[in-house]
Structure formats: structure tokens, C-alpha cells
Ligand binder design. Structure first.
Ligand code: GLP
Length: 241
């Protein structure tokens, strides 16, 4: 894993945006894997600003998101469909039909998981995956103990994840307890991965990622087995390394 050390959240976001923009310019048909949560918001802000100023085009780009809550429709402001539309897609020229997220309200959710993996494979896979990390080392919504062989699947959220994400909901009782997420094996198929890590709350996780063993008890540790991973981490996140 390559580590890029930056000062703060702003610099992390700018660095990530520079890389993504360069790749979109070089390969206008790039297939991007996208993440949600607080971490990539600064990256998306900068992609939007660059699109407005420099007209970098996403017209031929396809995107695939990591995960979605079970039971939240795309019009629910806490759904990741809604997050992606409002945080990025509505502000750039990507075609709506080229943006993909797992459907957390599918009637047959197991079929939806199979469909999602097959669709990504059929379309040639993800060129560049943006990832965040949970405080417990989760990637996507793959919590500790998830098999490294897992494909897109339904998962129960860890209590710590529910608590961490409760900040977006009116009350913790409203946070869904399940999600559909690309599996670890699905994520590892991406040709390239950028992991964004910011803030002191992630410092323990980043230390474990860098110093710890590869174990299913710490899902992000599998990234050590990937050929092309870049971590962009700020000083606070690196404070325990
Ligand atoms: C969330 C998402 C992940 C995200 C992680 C960290 O629950 N499912 O994709 O990377 O947890 O979130 P944040 O960036 O808000 O700290």
C-alpha cells in the first residue's frame, strides 16, 4: 500500500480530487467505485467545483456505489441514493442511468445482490474505487468477521456503526440495522483503490491497518493483498502510527 500523508481534511480531499480528475481526463469512460459517509464529501465538492470551472466531463463515466441501507428508498434523505444524487450526481454531467447503487428496497434482496455483482462484472469491473474506513475497520458495510470471500450481500450493522451513523438521522432508532454492501471480494476486484482517512476518530483504525495482521476481524486489512492501493491520510488520522 502506498501512503500519501497530508496535513488535514482539506488537503486530503484536494489530493484525492486531483487524482480522480486526472484519471477521468485520461480515461473519459472510467468506471468509478464510489463511497458515501462524511469522508468523501470534500472530494465530491472539489469534483463539482472543477466541473464548473474547468468543465471536466463525466458524460461517459459509469459509477457503482458500495452500499445502501435496507429499507430506505431513493427519496429518503438518509438513503445513499439520495446522498449521491445531492452530494455529487446532480451537480455534474454524469448520466443518471450510468450511476448504480444497490437497491435496498428490492423485493428479493438476495437476487439484488447477485444482480449487482453480475452487472459490475459484465460491464468490465471498477477501474478506481474510492473507499472510506469505519472505526472498526469496516469497508463498505462489511463489518468485522465478514469473510474475505464475500460478494455483494446483506449485512447486519455493528452497534458501533449504527452509533457512528446516527448523526445523520433524527434519532438512533431510525438508523436501519441492515444494509446491502459490495462484499470484500467484490471490492478487491477493483483495479485500483484509494482509501481516504481523516480525523483522530480514525487514528486507531489506521494504526491497525498499517501495523496489524491481515485478518477477517479487521476487514480493511485485506487491502494489503491488493496490488494498487493508495491511502491518503491526514495528520490527525496518522497521529497513532
Ligand atoms: C459508513 C459507510 C462506509 C464509510 C464508513 C465511514 O458507514 N458505509 O462506506 O466509508 O462508514 O464513514 P465516515 O466517512 O462517515 O466516517
Amino acid at each position: 500500500m502506498k501512503l500519501i500523508q497530508v496535513k488535514d481534511y482539506q488537503e486530503m480531499s484536494q489530493k484525492a480530487a486531483d487524482i480522480v480528475i486526472e484519471k477521468v481526463k485520461t480515461n473519459p469512460q472510467i468506471q468509478l467505485g464510489l463511497a458515501t459517509g462524511g469522508t468523501p464529501e470534500g472530494l465530491y465538492d472539489r469534483l463539482i467545483a472543477d466541473h464548473k470551472e474547468n468543465h471536466t466531463s463525466y458524460e461517459q463515466v459509469k459509477s457503482f456505489n458500495l452500499d445502501e441501507y435496507i429499507g430506505l428508498s431513493s427519496t429518503n434523505p438518509n438513503s445513499y441514493h439520495y446522498y449521491m444524487a445531492h452530494t455529487l450526481f446532480n451537480h455534474i454531467d454524469i448520466n443518471q442511468e450510468d450511476t448504480n447503487l444497490p437497491n435496498g428496497t428490492a423485493e428479493n434482496i438476495q437476487e439484488e445482490c447477485v444482480r449487482y455483482d453480475e452487472m459490475i462484472d459484465k460491464m468490465g469491473g471498477i477501474d478506481l474505487q474510492i473507499l472510506g474506513i469505519g472505526q472498526n475497520g469496516h469497508i463498505g458495510f462489511n463489518e468485522p468477521g465478514t469473510s474475505f470471500a464475500s460478494k455483494t450481500q446483506v449485512v447486519d450493522l455493528a452497534q458501533s456503526t449504527i452509533e457512528a451513523n446516527a448523526r445523520y438521522f433524527n434519532s438512533i432508532d431510525e438508523v436501519p440495522t441492515q444494509a446491502v454492501t459490495m462484499g470484500i471480494a467484490s471490492i478487491m476486484k477493483s483495479k485500483e483503490i484509494i482509501l481516504l482517512v481523516s480525523g483522530v476518530a480514525k487514528s486507531e483504525a489506521l494504526k491497525q491497518l498499517i501495523d496489524g495482521d491481515i485478518t477477517e476481524e479487521f476487514p480493511a486489512s485485506i487491502l494489503k493483498n491488493h496490488q494498487n492501493v493508495t491511502i491518503i491520510a491526514d495528520q490527525d488520522a496518522l497521529s497513532k502510527v
